[in-house]
Design a binder for this molecule. Structure first.
Ligand code: FES
Ligand SMILES: [Fe+2]
Length: 376
């Protein structure tokens, strides 16, 4: 398939990378309304396991209840608002007790005990359960939406529905995580991930493994964008030595085994599916000019348990590539934040950046009809 061109589109004007007002609009119009990747079911191994997802003033508690169901609640007590869980992850036990006055909740969110409240007129524990947050389990990846009435996950991100089942994503586990903080606007990371125009110059080893024109996009409009790149060595992978670091996922076709599949999921995630492992980046805008990127390397338990399993060649390869890319993003941020900046032209190798910008502007525009914002 011939990639869609950038249609003569230019990059975004400088204020999209510098304006606090636009950044605030992004919070309300985009981040507090979109499905954001929070974690993976493997982080909740047993009833009572939990982790927190935090954005601005919001804190969401994602837990596994006594019956094994994964649930999400706002991390606040219905009495006087105390945070219930303080550590970023851990084990709760059979019930969840507020650290302030010891109101106690079941893992299903119901209020089970509230000392000295029995005689309070009108007190009804049934109306004071934990407030649920919208949660979607997409193939083991747990997405949250902070909106009170969110667009359903499948409507918001149709590009993900039914995709990537052969990688057995619900079974995977992260074996390594790196957290980076970079002085650059969050959109520059999406731009950087979405093209390989820079690869021959900046990532010579990567460009040998997947020459920059070995690409086609199967999703080129909407909130999920991307497609495969095929490797020079169909038995290789993206590692420091160019070979696989684990047996390939059993369900992949011969064609899929020779490719790496790269997708951006607006506005928080990059998915990179290799024949032998899956890398996931989560981007979190900390400020208009600062972004945290959390990168996980996921493998199948069969690979993790195999004698001699060693993921270092995958971790080293992408950690180096990540750091090269973050430096590019920080450098570009300095230029687009300058008063002298004028939007530059996109090449045909940057059609996905142009598509990202269109998606971003649709999501940001408060006057856009809901149907346009939801379009997939
Ligand atoms: S704030 Fe939680 S019990 Fe009082
Ligand atoms: Fe790069």
């Amino acid at each position: 398939m011939k990639p869609r061109t950038a249609f003569g589109q230019h990059t975004l004007p400088g204020e999209y990378f510098t304006s606090e007002e636009i950044f605030r609009a992004e919070r309300t119009q985009i981040f507090h309304r979109s499905w954001l990747l929070a974690g993976h079911v493997s982080q909740l191994p047993a009833p009572g396991s939990y982790f927190l997802f935090e954005l601005d003033r919001e804190s969401v508690l994602v837990l596994r209840d006594a019956g094994g169901t994964v649930r999400a609640f706002h991390n606040l007590c219905r009495h006087r608002g105390s945070r219930l869980c303080l550590a970023p992850h851990g084990e709760i036990g059979a019930t969840l007790q507020c650290p302030y006055h010891a109101w106690t909740y079941g893992l299903d969110g119901t209020l089970r005990a509230a000392p000295n409240m029995g005689d309070v007129p009108g007190f009804d524990p049934k109306t004071l359960g934990l407030k649920p947050a919208a949660l979607a389990d997409w193939q083991g990846f747990l997405f949250l939406n902070l909106a009170a009435d969110p667009v359903p996950f499948e409507t918001a991100l149709p590009g993900l529905v039914g995709k990537f089942e052969a990688w057995r994503l619900p079974e995977l586990r992260s074996v390594h995580q790196e957290v980076y903080e970079v002085e650059a606007n969050w959109k520059l990371f999406f731009h950087n991930y979405s093209e390989c125009y820079h690869c021959p110059k900046v990532h010579p080893h990567l460009n040998k493994l997947t020459p920059y024109r070995n690409t086609e996009n199967d999703l080129d409009e909407g909130p999920v964008l991307g497609g495969p790149m095929w490797m020079s060595n169909p038995d290789g992978s993206m590692t420091s030595h160019g070979g696989r670091c684990a047996v390939p996922f059993a369900g992949l076709s011969p064609e899929e085994r020779g490719r790496v599949y790269y997708y951006t999921v607006f506005p928080s995630t990059f998915l990179s599916l290799h024949p032998d492992y899956v890398m996931v980046h989560r981007a979190l805008a900390l400020g208009v000019d600062r972004t945290r990127i959390v990168c996980d390397w996921y493998f199948h338990p069969d690979a993790i348990g195999a004698p001699g399993f060693d993921p270092r060649s995958a971790v080293d390869f992408w950690d180096l590539t990540n750091r090269q890319d973050w430096e590019l993003c920080a450098n570009a941020h300095k230029g687009v934040a300058s008063n002298a900046w004028e939007p530059g032209p996109y090449s045909d190798l940057e059609s996905q950046l142009a598509a990202f910008d269109r998606q971003y502007l649709r999501a940001l525009a408060p006057e856009a009809p809901a149907a346009a914002r939801r379009q997939g």
